[in-house]
Design a binder for this molecule. Sequence first.
Ligand code: 5RP
Length: 243
Amino acid sequence: MSWKSRILQPDTAVEQMKQKAALRALEEVRDGMKLGLGTGSTARYFVDGLGAQVAEGLNVVCVPTSEATRAQAEGLGIALASLDELQRLDLTVDGADELDAQLRLVKGGGGALLREKIVAAASDKMIVIADDTKLVDRLGAFDLPVEVNIFSHGATAAAIGVALAATGNAGDMVLRLSSSDSPFITDGGHYIYDCALGTINDVEALAQALLNVPGVVEHGLFLGYATAAVLAGTVGLQEMGQL
Ligand code: 5RP
């Protein structure tokens, strides 16, 4: 049986594009690799395809970036390990909420930014997979997620506001809520503030300023992690960087 007969069969054009990007990234996986598994609706297709190849004998060991991805990977029989055990990874494949021509990313729409960044930072390569609407001239149209410790999170939010203003990025912030209207809690037990910035001025300065705020656990700017991207559009696949 071919591994392709085992994979999900998406039924909308957008979902098919996401799967195409994921399957192109899957071509970069080699037997014996240590992989980071991203989170979100696009990464899900990568994990699904990987699981199908594992069922046909591919030998890889993976670190999931969320409990949702862990559950999916376990269900597919993909071997998992912790980053503590593996230390370094050959490749991480993950989605993004936005990316620019320099492969700078906004991530965290799915709330997994902290683990995603830890795993990306431990990876020799990171391939971003997305539909091509995620490619933007300037980052910021997608609200920037900032993960904060729950302790005094209102005070932390106020300090985030000061950091935003100091870097020329004033904008509204909202505490992310779950479907039951209670605060969304990340896998790490934190809250997320989503910052509506429109366009981000001086991305690097903002990234540093946010990390300087006590109580900020992580932010959704991923700078210098992605080494390549596969973007799927109606006319086919677009590749950026070094796959
Ligand atoms: C989760 C993420 C996701 O990668 C990002 O939200 C993109 O998700 P999707 O592929 O569903 O559009 O950063 O924290």
